[in-house]
Design a binder for this molecule. Structure first.
Ligand SMILES: Cc1ncc(COP(=O)(O)O)c(C=O)c1O
Length: 466
């Protein structure tokens, strides 16, 4: 609450924010953005006059970053909802949004407004010696959301990447359960790109040539084709591991919907069974919500699956623009093991708060909220394609605003070819999983409409038959 609202003397910063010129400038900028972004409202091919310059930019980008980006994609810096203009004048329907980051799509007015507010603050970055009011607001907001249905996550540590949020979660767990030093993960999981997280991630190629930093063991992931068998397999493997290494496990680290692993949601029963065993063995439970946060029926996937009592540590990122590690007071480290120069950019933190406001205002959450309704809509359309083109496309189809399908036989080449056909036709998704390889979508929850989904499905059908 501002000092003015509390009848306290106004700070100079509050006078600046209340200055009429700021409001007028904001209105002017918002109307210019609206006028120019509204023309970006459909998929378009490249403008031939811009192709050479664009190709040159792509070449320079590849040289500078040491390799071509996955897609020949450099934006012009302007978009409209899920539509984005590229530097060659083409327009794509962006259903992957930087792998789940741009929850309000491209060029959203609320993001501009929050960025202007951030630009008026004194520093570009915030960190452990630089907390502006936005940091406090973000921490309190995330703690409030996390605890709204009974979890007990008292503290929040902001960070600049999902990987750092997960690193912090492991530090908290190891520190608290010292000398236990092993971790249990689920098959097919992805935790991030640090040296430690490369061990948690079930992709040997991602740790090729890297030294072993942690002892990690894996349990089977829930699979919808064999719910009982995979649940039983996970329980048995977990029990064997706990018996083989008594007292050595500090934590179980889990994604509740395997993201990079192929969009396999688990079930409440599966998660309860394994979390319960872990708690009985004094093993902490970490839920990684870096990809799931804000995409299911509740802000947190652990709330969607009703796992509040098992949430010892929770990480999140992407859509919140700034990442975070939430943990209970009993796990507060007793030594200085957690600290960072940067916790986030001032603009990231302000925009993250605006995203949370928008998602709530747009009624994304709830069993009948827009995340679940759009999921049903998209899923029904993909199922219709499955019936119409047998063998060319199959489910499962993920959960909430995490949607995936398997093209053809699920081979790696087939999925890559399909992804590039979709891109050429104007729809952006990405790969997920292996054996089968899938195409995944992370549509921006704040702005995706049924008309956008219809357009995406139209393109998927074209790509299937082309
Ligand atoms: C489930 C999950 N955890 C962690 C990460 C790592 O996040 P970042 O890339 O921000 O470090 C990702 C990124 O895709 C993710 O999907």
């Amino acid at each position: 609450m501002t000092n003015q609202a509390l009848s306290l003397p106004m700070l100079a910063s509050e006078k600046l924010q209340a200055d009429q010129r700021i409001q007028q400038a904001k209105e002017l900028l918002a109307s210019a953005l609206r006028d120019h972004s509204q023309s970006i409202n459909e998929i378009r091919p490249p403008n031939p006059a811009l192709v050479d310059r664009y190709q040159d930019s792509l070449k320079r980008l590849a040289a500078a970053r040491g390799g071509a980006p996955y897609f020949p994609y450099i934006t012009s810096g302007l978009g409209n909802g899920p539509f984005v203009e590229l530097g060659d004048g083409s327009v794509k329907l962006d259903f992957i949004v930087g792998i789940g980051v741009h929850g309000m799509g491209h060029s959203h007015p609320a993001m501009l407004d929050a960025t202007i507010d951030a630009g008026l603050e004194d520093t570009v970055m915030q960190g452990n010696l630089q907390h502006n009011s936005g940091s406090l607001e973000m921490c309190e907001r995330l703690i409030g959301l996390a605890n709204q249905s009974g979890a007990k996550l008292d503290h929040c540590l902001l960070s600049t990447s999902g990987a750092m949020a997960n690193e912090n979660s492991l530090k908290i767990a190891f520190h608290n359960r010292f000398p236990a030093s092993r971790v249990i993960c689920m098959d097919n999981c992805f935790a991030g790109r640090s040296l430690a997280l490369a061990q948690l991630t079930d992709r040997p190629a991602y740790r090729a040539g890297l030294p072993k930093t942690l002892d990690v063991d894996f349990i089977p992931m829930f699979h919808p084709a064999d719910p009982e068998g995979t649940t039983r397999g996970a329980i048995e493997t977990l029990q064997k591991l706990l018996a083989r290494h008594p007292g050595e496990y500090a934590c179980l680290w889990l994604e509740l919907v395997a993201g990079e692993g192929g969009y396999y949601p688990g079930t409440t029963h599966y998660f309860e069974e394994i979390c319960k065993i872990c708690h009985e063995h004094n093993v902490l439970v970490i839920f990684d919500e870096v990809q799931t946060f804000s995409r299911l029926s509740q802000p947190f996937a652990f709330q969607h699956f009703g796992l509040e009592k098992y949430a010892d540590i929770v990480t999140l990122g992407k859509i919140t623009q700034v990442c975070a590690t939430l943990y209970g007071d009993s796990l507060k480290p007793k030594g200085p093991v957690l600290s960072q120069t940067f916790t986030g950019a001032t603009a990231s933190i302000r925009c993250g708060l605006a995203v949370l406001d928008e998602l709530q205002a747009k009624e994304c959450f709830g069993a009948k909220g827009w995340n679940m309704r759009r999921h049903q809509y998209f899923k029904a359309k993909l199922e219709a394609l499955e019936k119409k083109h047998p063998g060319k496309i199959t489910g499962p189809h993920g959960e909430g605003m995490m949607i995936a399908f398997t093209p053809g036989n699920g081979g790696a080449e087939e999925a890559k070819n399909m992804l590039s056909r979709l891109y050429d036709l104007g729809l952006m998704g990405f790969l997920a999983g292996s054996n089968p390889n899938r195409i995944r979508f992370l549509p921006p929850p704040g702005v995706t409409t049924e008309a956008h989904i219809d357009l995406a499905v139209e393109i998927i059908e074209k790509a299937l038959v082309s």
